[in-house]
Design a protein around this ligand. Structure first.
Ligand SMILES: C[S@@+](CC[C@H](N)C(=O)[O-])C[C@H]1O[C@@H](n2cnc3c(N)ncnc32)[C@H](O)[C@@H]1O
Length: 263
């Protein structure tokens, strides 16, 4: 049983990760089993509209955004990831790619977006940094704009742990729970404390996972109202490289939240 911890986004080492990005980081846009992200964007897009891709990484969303919106501004603090985004999407006439560190909480210069996409960016363990990035999103939106936020689900991480135990049980293990713990969330004082904060180690990277209702509260605190909450489902192979064929739905997921600016 191969627990694919190291395949999850490592935001801290993004520059270092650039060369191996496709192998290491799951693309929510490309792996979305039921097309929830594209459906959501279809409902919000338009040729006269501007979209900001906040924390664009190598630009996995850019082709889809460029097709749907009149103007696309993509920002990220990792110069190495931006190099790849520029190589792959720099020629698109309606796409503008800029370096920006969103930790200062300030609006993106010259942008009042109809839609801000922020996909798997507010995933760091540092809550103040997550809040600052949400402020950048809020301040860069038009008054009637929308934020499309994709974040890891804590419920899904716990479900993955249950499925790992089920897998060991089906394989006839004597102590399936213990085996699953060793490979999965591996309880220790430290990991339990992190888990209480919704932080789960992916590989060795502490990654914030959100409860549905916690997301509502987080957005509210940032001056944003949650309007819709959907799921982006992924195949089980995104969690376990060698997931058995019987492991089907319910699939693991990220939350897909649509929020508006509080008036
Ligand atoms: C897991 S990647 C997701 C990339 C892209 N949104 C996607 O879904 O394919 C997280 C991205 O957030 C960016 N990021 C993290 N902190 C940031 C900050 N303070 N300012 C700008 N970008 C940041 C990282 O550089 C990285 O590209």
């Amino acid at each position: 049983m191969e627990f694919r911890g190291d395949s999850w986004p490592n935001w801290t080492g993004c520059d270092r990760l650039a060369a191996r990005y496709d192998d290491e980081v799951l693309s929510s846009f490309d792996s979305d089993l039921s097309g929830a992200i594209e459906r959501c964007l279809d409902g919000l897009a338009g040729p006269d509209k501007t979209v900001l891709d906040l924390g664009c990484g190598v630009g996995k969303y850019l082709a889809g955004l460029a097709e749907r919106f009149g103007r696309v501004v993509a920002v990220d603090h990792s110069e190495k990831l931006l190099e790849i985004a520029r190589r792959d999407h720099g020629e698109r006439r309606n796409v503008e790619i800029r370096r920006l560190d969103a930790s200062d909480g300030r609006a993106v210069r010259g942008v009042r977006a109809h839609v801000v996409v922020c996909a798997n960016v507010v995933i760091m363990a540092d809550g103040e940094l997550r809040d600052a990035i949400l402020q950048v999103a809020r301040k860069s939106m038009k008054r009637d704009g929308r934020l499309v936020l994709v974040v890891p689900s804590l419920e899904s991480a716990l479900l993955a742990q249950r499925r790992l135990a089920e897998w060991h049980e089906r394989d006839g293990a004597e102590a399936p729970e213990e085996d699953a713990e060793e490979e999965g969330l591996a309880p220790s004082k430290r990991t339990c404390r992190e888990l209480l904060r919704g932080v789960v180690r992916i590989g060795d990277v502490p990654t914030k996972h959100h409860l549905a209702d916690e997301l509502l509260l987080t957005l509210r605190r940032a001056g944003l109202d949650l309007e819709e909450l959907d799921r982006v489902h992924y195949p089980w192979e995104s969690e376990f490289g060698d997931a058995p064929h019987w492991m089907r739905d319910p699939y693991p997921w990220d939350w897909l939240a649509v929020a508006s600016r509080r008036r």
